[in-house]
Design a binder for this molecule. Structure first.
Ligand SMILES: Nc1nc2c(ncn2[C@@H]2O[C@H](COP(=O)(O)OP(=O)(O)O)[C@@H](O)[C@H]2O)c(=O)[nH]1
Ligand SMILES: [Mg+2]
Length: 456
């Protein structure tokens, strides 16, 4: 994953607190100076850098680390939660019935992303997807898009001879009327000039696109903010795709696009090929950015550090007896994030289920491995399948396995795991006393978890 430069810079800065119990003014200043440099080198804009550093500083002074937590880990936790907050919550995109307009400057990866998104939503959501090539300025744009999608059943509409983009879009929408999702690729410039503004405005009003996503190259640096702002005032950006995150250690600039538009990052591009697309999730992204998989024990989140709303929602669902694959995944993910299992946020009182110790390193690695595989498999499932895993029959298992590039056995194992967890949850839901205790714990934010409920 890219952004190692930032990760290294952050660890270097926070590392200055190593073996410290208390922080003095001089050390604090040195640490924040180093952090400010790391963020700026990664193209965070001045305001974001200032905000982040000031928040960290204030919280370090105000908040005492939890007992047993080193100052360094405490600082890392704070930075983690502030970075996640900066990126905002995940984008709730309903692809079915949507028209999606991609905008952005020249060479940012719009055409490539058009193909990637089309394949993604066709494959993972089982939708009929059509793309319209409306870039009349770049010769060969239609050929480029057709070629990217030559092995796919996605419908590609274009009129390479027509020089009028709005006409192509109008014709394209008519030709693609039966598609579940239509994605429109537009022209870019080196700068947003008046011709392009006019053209985009026309296309925007013809498509009445429900979604307008800005495609932005991770390497654009500080320019990202102003560029994003001008596209935002033009088209009302509803989402952002950051491309080329495979090739750069700088990504902070693109993050400032988030600040400029208020729109969330929806996907990230990690390569030139059609499958090189990922769904963006801020906590996953930041975990990876900080290299949490590798640097064990440096992040040690307490329940209060987690997304409270998400935790509440999950708990309510669990107690209501609903328990989907997504719920299970989220629960496991929360577990894998923290250093030791007994500090983990959970909905299970450990003492009621027979105590437990810290998760060993190998257990955590096994869990991380499972999570990665589960994620791949779940990405190939439709929403229905994730909600109703019990109803997934053999032919669907075969399809999911093929889509995810795993064995059918792996898919069955995921479903079996879900079944075990669900039974656990069900048992708990019926337990009135436990139910009450859980609510109380949610209030107090003091929770322990039993690893055995996750098949560990
Ligand atoms: N490494 C890498 N290259 C990418 C990515 N997305 C696009 N590209 C490359 O960037 C160049 C410009 O992409 P293109 O889709 O034509 O940009 P457009 O002008 O905005 O339509 C092409 O060479 C793409 O292969 C990505 O996520 N990673
Ligand atoms: Mg293009």
């Amino acid at each position: 994953m890219a952004l190692e430069g930032l990760s290294r810079g952050i660890f270097r800065s926070i590392g200055l607190l190593k073996n410290k119990r208390k922080i003095d003014e001089e050390e604090l200043r040195e640490m924040t100076r180093s952090l400010r440099r790391a963020l700026q080198e990664a193209d965070f804009n001045v305001r974001q850098t200032k905000d982040l550093v000031e928040k960290l500083e204030a919280r370090l002074i105000e908040e005492k680390p939890r007992p047993g937590l080193t100052l360094q880990t405490h600082a890392m936790n704070i930075l983690y939660t502030e970075l996640v907050r900066l990126l905002g919550p995940a984008h709730q995109f309903q692809p079915h019935g949507a028209t999606l307009l991609l905008v952005g400057l020249y060479g940012q990866g719009k055409t490539t992303t058009t193909a990637k998104l089309a394949e993604w939503y066709r494959r993972k959501h089982g939708l009929r997807v059509a793309v319209i090539e409306a870039d009349v300025h770049r010769p060969g744009a239609y050929a480029q898009l057709s070629q990217l999608l030559e092995d796919s059943t996605v419908q590609v509409y274009g009129e390479p001879e027509t020089k009028d983009a709005p006409t192509i879009v109008r014709n394209g929408l008519a030709a693609c009327a039966s598609a579940d999702l239509v994605i429109v690729d537009t022209a870019g410039r080196h700068q947003l000039d008046q011709d392009l503004v006019d053209e985009l405005e026309q296309i925007s009003s013809i498509t009445r696109a429900s979604e307008r996503w800005l495609v932005i190259d991770a390497q654009v640096g500080q320019a990202a903010g102003p560029v994003a702002a001008s596209f935002h005032s033009l088209a009302g950006v509803t989402g952002i795709v950051i491309t080329k995150l495979d090739g750069t250690a700088r990504g902070g600039g693109a993050l400032s696009a988030v600040a400029a538009t208020g729109a969330p990052i929806v996907h990230i591009g990690t390569g030139e090929n059609v499958p090189d697309l990922e769904k963006f999730e801020s906590d996953r992204f930041i975990s990876r950015l900080l290299g949490m998989g590798d640097i064990q024990g440096l992040i040690d989140l307490a329940p209060e550090d987690m997304d409270e709303e998400e935790a509440m929602r999950l708990t309510q669902r669990l107690m209501s007896g609903r328990f989907t694959l997504n719920d299970m995944y989220k629960q496991m993910e929360m577990m894998s994030k923290v250093g030791t299992i007994d500090k983990l946020m959970s909905f299970l009182p450990g003492n009621m289920l027979g105590g437990m110790g810290a998760m060993s390193k190998s257990q955590k690695e096994a869990m991380q491995g499972n999570l990665d595989r589960y994620r791949t498999i779940m990405d190939s499932m439709t929403a229905w399948e994730k909600n109703e895993p019990a109803k997934i029959k053999a032919d669907r298992i075969r399809r999911v396995a093929r889509g995810a590039g795993v064995r059918e056995k792996d898919v069955r194992e995921l479903i079996a795991q879900w079944n075990r967890s669900r039974k656990m949850m069900k048992g708990m839901g019926g337990n009135r006393k436990l139910n009450k205790q859980m609510r109380k714990m949610m209030k107090e934010g003091d929770m322990d978890i039993d690893p055995s409920s996750f098949g560990m």
